[in-house]
Write a protein that binds this ligand. Structure first.
Ligand code: NAD
Length: 366
C-alpha cells in the first residue's frame, strides 16, 4: 500500500494546521465546503514570491482529513520548488478534494470548487492532478479564468500528462547517463509503478528505446491494456522493491522511497513522475546517496506538465514547451554534477538552486 504522507499518529496530536509536520511557512490554507454538492476541499498556497501559486487539484479517497491536509501542504510546497527550478515565474500551490473521483465527482462539485478558486482572485491557479481529467478543468473554466490545462478545443494547452512523461523520460535518461556512463536504455530493466496518464506514456518512450519494461499497477484492467499495447511484462509479485532492476520509475503516489524500501532496492537509478517520492527528503536522500543509487529529484523531472500549463498563461507555443521540457535532461545532469562537487544529495542540490532563485527575487522586490 502506498501512502503519500506516511501520516504518523503523533501528527494528529499536533496543532491542526500551523503545528503540522508538513506545515512549512505556507502563506495560506483555504478550507472549502459546500453541503449541496458534498465538496470538501483544501487549497494550499505555499509561496507566491515568483508569481501566482500554480498547482493541480487532486481528488483522492483520503483516510481522514489529517491525511488530506498533510498531502496538500507537502504537494503545494513541492510546487514552489518545481516552478523555481524550472525557471518559471510561478509560486507553489495545490488543492485536494476529499472523495472518490470515480463515484463522487460531479459537474456541480467541480464548478463549486472552481468558485472557491475564483474567490482567491488569481493568487491560486489550478490544473489537473490525480483523479482529474481535462474535461474537469473545462468545467472549472466555466466559473473562473484561474485554471490551466483546459482542452485544446477550448483554447488551452490540453492534457499535460504526455509532456510530463516526456520530461520524466529526459530526467531518467540523464540519471542513466550519470550512473551508467551512457544514456542508452537498451536492455535496461525498468520497473514503472503506476501506468496512469503519465506512466503509460513513459512506457511508450522506454519501449521505443528498447528498455526491458515491467509494469505494476493496482488496476488490473489497465495492466492488461498497457501490456498488450506495448508488449511489456506485468509485475505480479507482492514486493516490487525487492525485484532485480536497473531503474525504478515511481509513477503512482509519493513516499515510496522510505526506510523499508531503500534497504531492498536493487535499482541503480530512481526516476519517476510521482510527487514527493522521498518519505523524508533529507534522511532518504542521504540513504540513497550512501547506497550509490542515483536519484533524479521528482520536482525537477516531472515539471513538463507545469511547463505545458504555463504556456497557456504566457502564450508560448508547442516548440517552446518541447524545448523547455527537453532541457530537463541538462538540468538533471547539472544537479548530479553539483551534488558530487558539493557533497550534497541531488535533492538538496536541486532545492538549493530553487531557494536561491526565490531569495534573489525577494531581494529584488525589497
Ligand atoms: P493517474 O491517476 O492517471 O495514474 C496513477 C496510476 O497509479 C493509476 O493507474 C493508479 O491505479 C496507480 N496506482 C495507485 N496506487 C498504486 C499502487 N499502490 N501501486 C501501483 N499503482 C498504483 O495519475 P498521473 O496523472 O499519471 O500521475 C502520476 C503521478 O505523477 C502522481 O503522483 C502525480 O502527482 C504525478 N504528476 C503528474 C503530472 C501530470 O501531468 N499528470 C505532473 C506532475 C506530477
Amino acid at each position: 500500500m502506498i501512502s503519500e504522507t506516511l501520516l504518523a499518529p503523533q501528527d494528529m496530536k499536533q496543532d491542526p494546521v500551523f503545528g503540522q509536520r508538513s506545515f512549512n511557512d505556507h502563506e495560506q490554507v483555504v478550507f472549502c465546503h459546500d453541503k449541496d454538492t458534498g465538496l470538501k476541499a483544501i487549497i494550499g498556497i505555499h509561496n507566491t514570491t515568483l508569481g501566482p501559486a500554480l498547482g493541480g487539484t487532486r481528488m483522492w479517497k483520503y483516510f481522514n482529513e489529517w491525511e488530506a491536509l498533510n498531502d496538500v501542504l507537502r504537494l503545494s510546497r513541492g510546487m514552489t520548488y518545481k516552478a523555481a527550478i524550472t525557471g518559471l515565474n510561478l509560486g507553489g500551490g495545490k488543492a485536494v478534494i476529499i472523495g472518490d473521483a470515480k463515484t463522487q465527482k460531479t459537474p456541480e462539485l467541480m464548478k463549486r470548487f472552481g468558485e472557491f478558486v475564483h474567490s482567491l482572485s488569481g493568487k491560486y491557479i489550478t490544473a489537473e492532478d490525480v483523479g482529474m481529467e481535462t474535461a474537469d478543468m473545462d468545467l472549472v473554466r466555466e466559473v473562473t479564468p484561474y485554471v490551466t490545462g483546459i482542452s485544446e478545443a477550448k483554447g488551452g494547452a490540453g492534457n499535460p500528462s504526455p509532456i510530463t512523461a516526456y520530461g520524466v523520460f529526459m530526467g531518467l535518461k540523464a540519471a542513466t547517463k550519470f550512473k551508467f556512463g551512457t544514456d542508452s536504455l537498451a536492455g535496461k530493466k525498468v520497473y514503472v509503478q503506476g501506468i496512469g496518464h503519465v506512466g503509460e506514456t513513459l512506457v511508450s518512450h522506454l519501449v521505443k528505446e528498447d528498455a526491458e519494461v515491467v509494469i505494476a499497477d493496482i488496476n488490473e484492467a489497465r495492466l492488461h491494456e498497457v501490456s498488450q499495447k506495448y508488449g511489456v511484462h506485468i509485475y505480479h509479485g507482492n514486493d516490487i522493491y525487492a525485484e532485480q532492476m536497473d531503474i525504478y520509475a515511481p509513477c503512482a503516489l509519493g513516499a515510496t522511497v522510505n526506510d523499508e524500501t531503500i534497504s531492498k532496492l536493487t535499482a541503480k537509478v530512481i526516476a519517476g513522475a510521482a510527487n514527493n517520492q522521498l518519505a523524508d527528503e533529507v534522511k532518504h536522500g542521504e540513504l540513497l546517496q550512501q547506497r550509490g543509487i542515483a536519484y533524479a529529484p521528482d520536482f525537477l523531472i516531472n515539471a513538463g506538465g507545469i511547463i505545458n500549463v504555463y504556456a497557456e498563461l504566457v502564450n508560448y507555443g508547442k516548440d517552446e514547451i518541447i524545448k523547455k521540457t527537453e532541457n530537463i535532461y541538462n538540468t538533471t545532469l547539472d544537479i548530479f554534477t553539483k551534488s558530487v562537487q558539493e557533497g550534497t544529495t541531488t535533492q538538496q542540490a536541486a532545492m538549493q538552486i530553487a531557494e536561491q532563485r526565490i531569495l534573489q527575487r525577494k531581494k529584488e522586490m525589497n
